[in-house]
Design a protein around this ligand. Structure first.
Ligand code: ATP
Ligand code: MG
Length: 250
């Protein structure tokens, strides 16, 4: 990994640009060590990919960051503040939003209503904001359709822009490109890039599709059996011996 002047010896940015930091986190389920002393840092305004085989601990890491699971050891920092012990809603309110491996929207509500349930009740312009977000997601024409009637890809878009209703700065996406067609995949990635470039949003994404990871992430982290085995640019991780062994058994 390239280490420039403003990075410490481990490659972390020194000037507070690491919007999210996980320090030495361990999470056990009984005798299963789902995360073993994992440390990562996420740079603001960038797309960081999280890869690893099934059961590697990717979703568990998201659950620890967003407060769904309490870490057994270690800490999580958001903009330098310790959020390890906060509740999920408190973490969400600070600006960390997430989507789920299994889509979570309200199928019997309309698309617009789905967004409004995520709005801050005191916010006066919530309706306007929702429409703006639907525009961004290409879902304006669907605003009055039941969310359950949308295609899988559209439902994922809806879930994504729903997070933006509460102005999340950091978005954790669990397999956003899975199960959607290539056209929708491209559109989703374009939306993610636009949100990074134009609104300074930060993405941390779990993805099994290597083309998505390699073509769209600024940095990639690989977990295996709860341990971080590699991190770096997509190219560095792709050529990492441990990663090759895990993925190709070579
Ligand atoms: N709530 C839980 N209770 C018990 N074990 C769990 C729980 N959640 C996850 N695990 C276990 O922890 C390990 C890591 O699971 P996790 O879901 O984080 O993997 P993953 O990398 O997201 O996998 P996938 O690619 O299949 O989504 C697995 O062995 C899983 O069975
Ligand atoms: Mg998972």
């Amino acid at each position: 990994m390239m280490i420039s002047v403003d990075r410490d010896e481990e490659g972390r940015l020194k000037d507070g640009k690491n919007v999210l930091e996980v320090q030495n986190v361990t999470k056990e389920f009984g005798s299963l060590v789902a995360l073993n002393n994992v440390s990562i840092w996420i740079e603001e305004g960038k797309i960081t990919g999280l890869i690893g085989p099934n059961g590697a601990g990717k979703t568990t890491l998201f659950n620890v960051i967003t407060g769904q699971f309490r870490a057994d050891k270690g800490k999580v920092f958001f903009r330098g503040k310790d959020i390890t012990k906060l509740k999920p809603y408190q973490i969400a309110r600070r600006g960390i939003g997430r989507t789920w491996q299994v889509i979570r929207i309200f199928p019997n509500m309309t698309v617009l209503e789905n967004l409004m349930t995520a709005a801050n009740l005191r916010e006066r312009n919530a309706g306007e904001k929702a429409l703006e977000l639907l525009e961004l997601a290409g879902l304006v024409a669907e605003k009055d359709s039941y969310a359950g009637e949308l295609s899988t890809g559209q439902q994922k878009f809806l879930e994504l822009v729903r997070i933006l209703m509460f102005d999340a700065d950091v978005m954790l996406l669990d397999e956003v490109a899975a199960g959607i067609n290539p056209t929708e995949q491209l559109a989703a990635l374009e939306l993610i890039h636009n949100l990074c470039d134009q609104k300074g949003k930060t993405f941390f994404i779990v993805e099994h599709d290597m083309d998505v990871i390699m073509g769209h992430c600024d940095k990639v982290i690989c977990l295996n059996f709860g341990e971080k085995i590699a991190e770096g640019t997509p190219k560095e991780v792709q050529n990492n011996e441990k990663v090759i062994r895990v993925y190709f058994g070579a």
